[in-house]
Write a protein that binds this ligand. Structure first.
Ligand SMILES: Nc1ncnc2c1ncn2[C@@H]1O[C@H](COP(=O)(O)OP(=O)(O)OP(=O)(O)O)[C@@H](O)[C@H]1O
Ligand SMILES: Cc1ncc(C[n+]2csc(CCOP(=O)(O)O)c2C)c(N)n1
Ligand SMILES: [Mg+2]
Ligand SMILES: [Mg+2]
Ligand SMILES: [Mg+2]
Length: 328
């Protein structure tokens, strides 16, 4: 790390004040203290590694921070909760300037401020590659968290937003022959600045049961996780999976890959009882979120734990084809 040594760096990222009254102790001691009385606590961690989750060729420092926090907040949304505070562990290579490091923190704070979240601690070490690991603390009303294991027979499977945008945006950024960035600004922004669906999910308290997962690795992975955790069979109609009109510029194979295996849209995939579908649509309209029914849950002893993709008259088993680390 150039220009700043560890403790000057920590001083320089310390917030001037805390937004949440639940923060009893933030940066400055051996650990942070947050105090609650009536809610369950949600904790989640996700890590972003240079050249795995981002490349400085395609992503500036501000967006590295923004995306990393968005990915973590998305997991809080996928549990049905509200994000409150975060701690950041950062591994910093020598080549990174203090300006770029502050840009990472500015990117995180841009998103944090919209949720009144506080940076309450972290850890700083030097190393060979930039690694940003964020732990987010969230809350949910006691006993009201949304689990992947809550799908039941005849539920409607839904997704928020459009699927495959972030993978398309990344493709544009990595394709050196592509120059029309203006045309693809929307999908590029979906890659750089994903919006976790916190507001929508926090308006769903009238819906008693909902299985939920967020889309980090692609719907083939996320739907399989719901099928497995719930021990049910998920049938998804490929043609119902919503995509942005810009994807029409690309081949059917590319669209299939981005929509099914792409990931990083940080939309939600879930299941609700058919009786609640009209209510869910109303909530989506009120919170300005697109939701689309993409299939049904079945209880079929021979198929439970698996996902099937309908394409016209054919039904094929949908294996996990999304992003997997440690491919073996
Ligand atoms: N190294 C680990 N040690 C302990 N638990 C882990 C580890 N890695 C993952 N888990 C746990 O496994 C479960 C699934 O984790 P996973 O990272 O696949 O979910 P996710 O964070 O929603 O997805 P993604 O990381 O793709 O955004 C979570 O309960 C997570 O806490
Ligand atoms: C430079 C660059 N190359 C490839 C990708 C694609 N990518 C990386 S990790 C991941 C899944 C989510 O990760 P995790 O499971 O760790 O949350 C995806 C789709 C990218 N974002 N940047
Ligand atoms: Mg994870
Ligand atoms: Mg998740
Ligand atoms: Mg993953």
């Amino acid at each position: 790390m150039r220009l700043l040594e560890e403790f000057d760096f920590i001083d320089s990222i310390q917030p001037a004040y805390y937004r949440q009254s639940s923060v009893v102790k933030g940066i400055g001691d051996d650990a942070a203290i947050v105090r609650y009385t009536n809610e369950d606590t949600i904790m989640t961690v996700d890590t972003m590694v240079e050249n795995v989750h981002f490349s400085t060729k395609t992503t500036d420092a501000f967006h590295i921070g923004y995306r990393a926090l968005a990915a973590n907040i998305s997991d809080i949304a996928a549990m049905g909760g509200k994000p409150v505070a975060y701690v950041v562990s950062i591994v910093i290579p020598d080549s990174w300037s203090s300006h770029a490091l502050h840009e990472i923190y500015r990117g995180m704070d841009e998103l944090a401020s919209t949720y009144k979240m506080d940076l309450i601690g972290g850890d700083t070490v030097s190393g060979k590659q930039l690694v940003l690991s964020i732990t987010v603390l969230g809350t949910v009303l006691k006993g009201q968290a949304r689990y992947r294991s809550d799908a039941l027979e005849n539920d409607i499977i839904f997704v928020t937003g459009t699927i495959g945008d972030a993978a398309c945006g990344l493709h544009i950024l990595l394709d050196e022959s592509e120059t029309d960035y203006e045309r693809y600004q929307y999908v590029i922004n979906r890659h750089r600045m994903p919006t976790p669906r916190v507001s929508f999910i926090n308006h769903c308290s009238s819906i008693e049961r909902m299985a939920l997962n967020d889309i980090s690795d692609g719907i083939s992975n996320e739907a399989n996780e719901i099928a497995k955790a719930s021990n049910k069979t998920l049938i998804i109609d490929y043609h119902q999976v919503p995509s942005h009109p810009l994807l029409a510029d690309f081949t059917l194979e590319q669209c299939l890959d981005w929509k099914i295996s792409g990931g990083e849209d940080f939309e939600l995939i879930g299941t609700v009882p058919a009786n609640d579908w009209a209510t869910l649509q109303k909530i989506a309209k009120e919170t300005n979120i697109k939701i689309t029914a993409i299939g049904m849950v079945q209880d079929d002893e021979k198929k439970n734990g698996t996902v099937w993709l309908r394409d016209g008259n054919t039904l094929n088993k949908l294996a996990k084809s999304g992003y997997t680390h440690l491919r073996g």
